[in-house]
Design a protein around this ligand. Structure first.
Ligand code: AMP
Length: 281
């Protein structure tokens, strides 16, 4: 495995692989690996000749008040984990390599980027689509792997790929959880012991909503109210949003005649966590 720091070297490697007729898979990440990242790496490894994992804490997807500086980083540790996952190349550019001074080109999926997480994080998805578009342009992967944990991101990336005729096949991998149900996330490292216990309320609420939907005797608005109360009863938790939408287009829905995505964002102390579940009757 090799760690590549420059776009020029990365492009050279990709060109050579393509000349040899090799298929390329990309797993875009911000690093500080956990089992969720590894599940994407393992899945990607099964189906490609060359596996590239990018590690880049992307400044344009953080709003000014957010945790860009504090975001956990440990390239040495990630390299050990990636080696175990049989990754061929880590692409870990510096910020100046991705955004030269005077950088001014952005990719934005309108509409979808302004709902749910986009309401309180107005620049977030523009940053995500910009950096993913740049990685797709540079690496030209045949396939790219994303986690269902970031459900809105998946919908937005698929829309960008379709709208901009990017020839990249998008694979979505299930959310990997801790034993008590908490979705794995690099940001879980921010939680102290008490907050870590409180954080289980996200998945407990999602499971309750799922059970209620399957039982089928309550309207969605009552289910939403119940899980709101459940999360609010946890004193360290503060709800950002709870939404029940169509998983294909993130439109709010009132009835349950097709699969539904229940997505939530909750502050636990100073840490904002997201989680979601799809219910398919
Ligand atoms: P991040 O480094 O947090 O930007 O995540 C990189 C990729 O890993 C994204 O596609 C995430 O959706 C995915 N991912 C993060 N956490 C998990 C998880 N718990 N289970 C599955 N995929 C995940």
């Amino acid at each position: 495995m090799k760690t590549v720091k420059t776009a020029a070297e990365m492009r050279g490697i990709v060109r050579e692989a393509k000349r040899d007729g090799k298929s390329i898979a990309l797993v875009p990440t911000m690093g500080y690996f956990h089992e969720g990242h590894l599940s994407l790496i393992r899945e990607a490894r099964k189906k490609c000749d060359v596996l590239i994992v990018s590690i880049f804490v992307n400044p344009t997807q953080f709003d000014p008040s957010e945790d860009y500086e504090r975001y956990p980083r440990d390239l040495n540790r990630d390299e050990v984990i990636a080696e175990r996952g049989k990754v061929d190349f880590i692409f870990a550019p510096d910020v100046s390599e991705m955004y030269s001074s005077g950088y001014s080109t952005f990719v934005e999926v309108e509409g979808l980027s302004k709902v749910m997480c986009g309401k309180n994080r107005p620049a977030h998805f523009r940053g995500v689509t910009t950096v993913v578009a740049k990685l797709f342009n540079l690496i030209e992967p045949d396939t790219a792997y994303f986690g269902q944990k970031d459900a809105q991101q998946v919908v937005i990336i698929k829309k960008m790929v379709s709208d901009l005729n990017m020839g990249v096949e998008i694979h979505v991998c299930p959310t990997v959880r801790e034993k008590d149900g908490l979705a794995m996330s690099s940001r879980n490292a921010y939680l102290n012991e008490e907050e870590r216990k409180a954080a289980t309320v996200l998945y407990r609420a999602l499971l309750k909503a799922k059970d209620e939907i399957i039982r089928g005797d309550k309207l969605l608005k009552f289910i939403r109210k119940e899980i709101t109360e459940m999360i609010e009863s946890e004193k360290l938790a503060r709800i950002d949003y709870i939404t029940i939408v169509d998983p294909e287009n993130l439109q709010e829905i009132a009835g349950i005649d097709k699969p539904v995505l229940i997505a939530i964002a909750v502050w636990i102390g100073k840490t904002r966590l997201i989680d979601n579940i799809i219910v398919n009757l």
